[in-house]
Design a protein around this ligand. Structure first.
Ligand SMILES: [Zn+2]
Length: 368
């Protein structure tokens, strides 16, 4: 007699099956943030089947389910002791709904694709054929990574993940995505850069409250944003990867990439309700993709003012959300705090009141 098993614990998300599935749910941890939830374990085991089965090799529900019944810790534990004599076909029947829902979720975010139907092994019924996609392969390899111990094997896998991402993004017909593809290919060859990218990617996939997406490409986009904005993640990244990829482009493509970056940074400032003098300077420089309009507040003389920097200098100079540079009002080194994210009313307090004001000294490398 086949009866419904308790399958996945309610608190692991089964209660919430109407929720939109995000790729992050594959990496969801319990409330203590120590162990993966049982549902996350099941998703991960399905993704690991990809490596077991051979990347990109077509598979059916039964082929996957047989492997999961033996491999998945929750299933294996349940079918032990007094339940050890339950047949494989009954075990699969018991777990069919849980497994199918996970497959459907992974199809919904493009990690598995539907490939058509084929005749079932034991009868004439048609059964669905599935395949892991390139983003699916990338996630499978990311899951494999922490299970490895041999440094040379780890290095090879990181190189494969980076190259797969580069190849995947190359399929897009967009200047900015092709540029991103080149950045992943270039970073693959530099250990510091690829380690930092993989580390950030795994970090992002493990966040649930901060960032969610059904699309792996969104994670890749955010990872590159991290790499560009937080230079300390990989000091080699800007000169050896980003700048080289940019300089390799023809003038039109390079201008388009710079325009993307200009809009992204200026949009950050726009969203924190900047003062009118910033808006005026922003408006007058809107058509120049080589220039970026920023806003700074001096921690020495308390002056707050907009200024223009060449965009490439911005990427070469600034390493974090907030940076300090020379103030053109009081001529004090490293006192001008550039505001990019924080609300303008939270401008930093002055650490020394207007005692060193010199008029209109020019910031090195900065025009205004
Ligand atoms: Zn100042």
């Amino acid at each position: 007699m086949v009866k419904k098993s308790p399958s996945i614990r309610k608190e692991d998300g089964d209660k919430d099956r109407t929720r939109t599935f995000y790729i992050n749910y594959i990496f969801e941890k319990d409330s203590l943030q120590i162990l993966y939830t049982k549902t996350a374990d099941l998703y991960q085991d399905i993704m690991m089947f990809n490596l077991k089965n051979g990347s990109g090799v077509a598979f059916t529900f039964n082929g996957l389910a047989k492997w999961l019944i033996k491999r998945n810790y929750d299933f294996a534990t349940y079918y032990s002791g007094s339940k050890a004599n339950i047949s494989m076909s009954n075990r699969i029947a018991n777990r069919r709904d849980s497994i199918q829902r996970c497959i459907d979720d992974l199809v919904s975010c493009g990690l598995i694709s539907l490939e058509g139907t084929r005749k079932a092994e034991r009868n004439n019924l048609l059964t669905q054929v599935y395949k892991f996609t390139i983003p699916g392969n990338i996630i499978s390899m990311l899951l494999e990574l922490p299970r490895l111990t041999d440094p040379s094997v780890i290095d090879r896998l990181i190189y494969n993940i980076m190259s797969s991402i580069g190849a995947h993004l190359l399929n897009h017909h967009s200047f900015i995505v092709k540029f991103a593809s080149d950045i992943f290919f270039k970073s693959a060859k530099i250990e510091e850069c690829s380690d930092a990218i993989i580390d950030r990617l795994r970090y992002l996939l493990h966040t649930h409250d901060i960032f969610n997406s059904q699309d792996l490409d969104r994670f890749l986009e955010v990872v590159l944003y991290f790499m560009i904005s937080w230079r300390e993640l990989s000091p080699l990244f800007f000169e050896n990867v980003f700048k080289k990829a940019l300089l390799k482009l023809d003038e039109e493509a390079r201008s388009i990439i710079l325009l993307h970056e200009k809009i992204q940074v200026e949009n950050q400032i726009r969203q924190i309700f900047p003062p009118q003098d910033w808006e005026r300077m922003w408006f007058h420089n809107i058509h120049d993709h080589t220039k970026l309009v920023l806003f700074g507040k001096c921690t020495k003389c308390s002056e707050g003012y907009p200024f223009v920097v060449p965009l490439i200098d911005y990427f070469g100079t600034f390493t974090d959300q907030k940076v300090h540079m020379k103030c053109t009002k009081c001529n004090c080194d490293n006192s001008l705090c550039v505001i990019l994210f924080e609300p303008f009313q939270n401008l930093p307090p002055p650490w020394d009141m207007r005692n060193q004001r010199n008029n209109q000294a020019t910031i090195n490398g900065v025009t205004g």
